[in-house]
Design a protein around this ligand. Structure first.
Ligand SMILES: [Zn+2]
Length: 404
């Protein structure tokens, strides 16, 4: 289904590059799949039509340029990969908005202040590979031989190097231009704050830090019928106590969140007391000190309950990202763009990770949010009004005309 409306229609077209039916099952566009490659080609065609001399590299990064009054480059980017059965706005809205800004500039016969580089980034989500942010990390820091070997495809077990060698897009990897000035990303909020408050735009102050780890509780596997209750070392009730109390750890630090999203018992059969239970923990906060405290308090919670029940504990740390502060000068300029439209200036933190946090390590970076209806995201119900998307384009358009 392609709905009318400049912006929404473009998003619908991009959504059609999906392994699943976007109308009934949501968008599934994982990296290094035919649908991702088709989407990359389509995005390059759109850039080509705008005279942007696009390039697609083996990572699936698509980049096109527009000359500005200055040679220094402002990068406008977001990602076009999706989660399985995801929405059509996540990431894609930022790319379509950037292209819309370029289209408006051409239509008005105007030049942006800085030269623009629009980047459509691949594999932000980290669903398929063992690490996410593939495009943004490669653009900002390059890809070492160690990265090619270490990063693996969870689906096939292949290394990233093998996937890149098999890509239909060969040639050199796209890197940040040496004269890059800043990075700006428009994204849908993916949460309920703007929708609940009836607001159309937000300036992002911070992107939360994320800490992921896996715990393994080891007890004793035994017969479910013959082992008396007092003689068991069963990890399941212990896990139950931990899972019940973890929310209180997060609630003690307002604004932070804690989630157990995965767990597995072994051997996972009805008539055996499991010998082992493993689970993930995802902790997030925009404050680095709070994130450290969440880690410590969670670890204490797990170890105390395990010790009381005579279980052993092992922890494996996984992906971590420190909280990131968006550039104050760019935030100030976004504020002025919003205020000039007569709209309330609203700031918020992002609870989701974004490519902007990678760019922020090497460049001034900022983000603009539009509301997500009902806060729905990473699902097919994801929705943002055409008017809010057009407003974001207005704000980006105003931004690219300014000096900072
Ligand atoms: Zn996203």
């Amino acid at each position: 289904m392609v709905r009318p409306g400049t912006f929404t229609g473009q998003l619908d077209r991009l959504a059609s590059f999906s392994r699943t039916d976007p109308d009934t099952q949501g968008v599934t566009r994982l990296p290094f799949t035919p649908e991702q490659e088709e989407a990359a080609r389509w995005l390059a065609e759109q850039m080509d039509a705008l005279g942007m001399s696009p390039v697609i590299d083996p990572c699936g990064t698509v980049a096109g340029t527009v000359p500005g009054e200055r040679e220094e480059v402002l990068v406008l980017g977001s990602h076009y990969d999706s989660v399985p059965h995801g929405g059509r706005y996540d990431g894609c809205a930022g790319i379509i908005a950037a292209l819309e800004v370029v289209r408006r500039l051409a239509q008005a016969g105007e030049r942006p202040r800085y030269s623009l580089m629009v980047m459509a980034l691949n594999d932000e989500e980290g669903v398929r590979l063992t690490e996410g942010f593939l495009s943004s990390r490669t653009v900002c820091a390059g890809l070492s031989a160690g990265d090619r070997e270490r990063i693996q495809d969870r689906m096939s077990g292949k290394s990233l190097g093998e996937l890149l060698d098999a890509s239909p897009f060969q040639g050199t990897l796209i890197r940040l231009p040496e004269n890059a000035r800043a990075y700006l990303e428009f994204h849908v909020e993916q949460g309920p704050v703007l929708d609940q408050q009836g607001l159309s735009a937000a300036i992002v102050d911070r992107i939360v830090g994320v800490y992921h780890c896996f715990y393994q509780l080891d007890g004793g596997q035994n017969h479910a019928g013959t082992t008396p209750m007092g003689s068991r070392a069963d990890p399941v009730p212990v896990f139950g106590r931990i899972a019940a109390q973890l929310p209180d750890v997060a609630k003690a630090h307002p604004g932070s969140v804690a989630t157990i999203g995965w767990m597995e018992v072994q051997p996972n059969v009805p008539n055996v007391i499991p010998g082992r239970l493993a689970f993930s923990v995802d902790l997030r906060s925009a404050d680095p000190e709070v994130l450290d405290r969440l880690k410590l308090e969670t670890d204490l919670l797990v170890r105390n309950h395990a010790a009381q029940a005579g279980l052993s504990v092992a922890r494996t740390d996984s992906t971590s990202a420190a909280p990131v502060v968006m550039d104050p000068t760019m935030r100030g300029l976004l504020e002025r763009c919003v205020a000039r439209r007569g709209l309330p200036v609203f700031h918020m933190d992002s609870g989701a990770g974004h490519d902007a946090q990678i760019f922020a390590q090497v460049l001034p970076a900022a983000m603009l949010f539009a509301p997500s209806r009902g806060g729905a995201s990473h699902c097919q119900e994801e929705f943002t009004l055409e008017a809010d998307l057009q407003l974001a384009c207005d704000l980006l358009y105003a931004f690219v005309k300014e000096d900072f």
